[in-house]
Ligand binder design. Structure first.
Ligand code: PLP
Length: 226
């Protein structure tokens, strides 16, 4: 086995173990975060069954998509979005996790062809409450989500968050709980959501305990990035 296939199996086992330990009933999908990784590394993960890949930088992703056009990959955009990139993102990705303002959502909807499947969207929440961090503040979430849900060529699936890094499971848990609370509030308001995109290499077991349905894992799968 190559190290990527070995690590992929180990991560999938850890995901199942985390679900059992936490009595988590939700299905949990692995998004392989392939930023700074080669097309060859993606091909290796694909060869052992991985189909969903996440990228942060548009040009890097487009280059790899060309090299991997013979594969049936579901591409997720998870990086910061500048307005002038929305056209290409709407055309070349299946999912976008990092929608952090209404204007970006509007531009993605405008650029998505109505002949395609709707673009699958998560709204990024800013739980650190720092104005410098991207994401919608919890207090603004209900209004923003209501506006985004009306856009024609998008399908709003849920929330995404990137908590401040911490090695302390209690701090991780506290942060994920806040995201989960935002998600539950939106469900209670009647939004039909099914996706909580939380958890990365260092904290995905805790994220699963708190309800993650997609974990976004890079270095634990592909090794450290250059
Ligand atoms: C890089 C990145 C990840 C993966 O991080 P790892 O710690 O390598 O697992 C997940 N989500 C986002 C938004 C990222 O930018």
């Amino acid at each position: 086995m190559t190290s990527i296939s070995y690590r992929l199996q180990a991560i999938l086992s850890t995901i199942q173990a985390a679900r059992q330990i936490a009595h988590a009933n939700q299905a949990v999908q692995l998004l392989a975060v392939s930023k700074a990784q080669s097309a060859a590394a993606i091909r290796e993960a694909y060869a052992v069954g991985q189909r969903k890949f996440g990228e942060n930088y548009l040009q890097e992703a487009l280059d790899k998509q060309v090299q991997l056009s013979d594969l049936t990959i579901q591409w997720h955009f998870i990086g910061p979005i500048q307005s002038n990139k929305t056209q290409a993102i709407a055309q070349h990705f299946d999912w976008v996790h990092s929608v952090d303002r209404l204007k970006i959502a509007q531009r993605l909807s405008d650029a998505r062809s109505s002949n395609s499947q709707p673009l699958q969207i998560c709204v990024q929440v800013n739980i650190s409450n720092e104005a410098s961090k991207s994401g919608v503040l919890p207090a603004d979430l209900a209004n923003t989500v209501a506006d985004i849900a009306k856009l024609p060529n998008l399908q709003l699936r849920g929330l995404m968050a990137i908590p401040a890094p911490s090695q302390d499971p209690n701090v991780q848990r506290q942060q994920f709980k806040q995201v989960r609370q935002c998600y539950d509030n939106l469900l209670a308001e009647g939004f039909a959501l099914d996706t909580l995109s939380i958890g990365m290499s260092d904290d995905y077991a805790v994220a699963i305990e708190q309800g993650a349905t997609i974990v976004r894992i890079g270095s634990a799968l592909f090794g450290a990035r250059n």
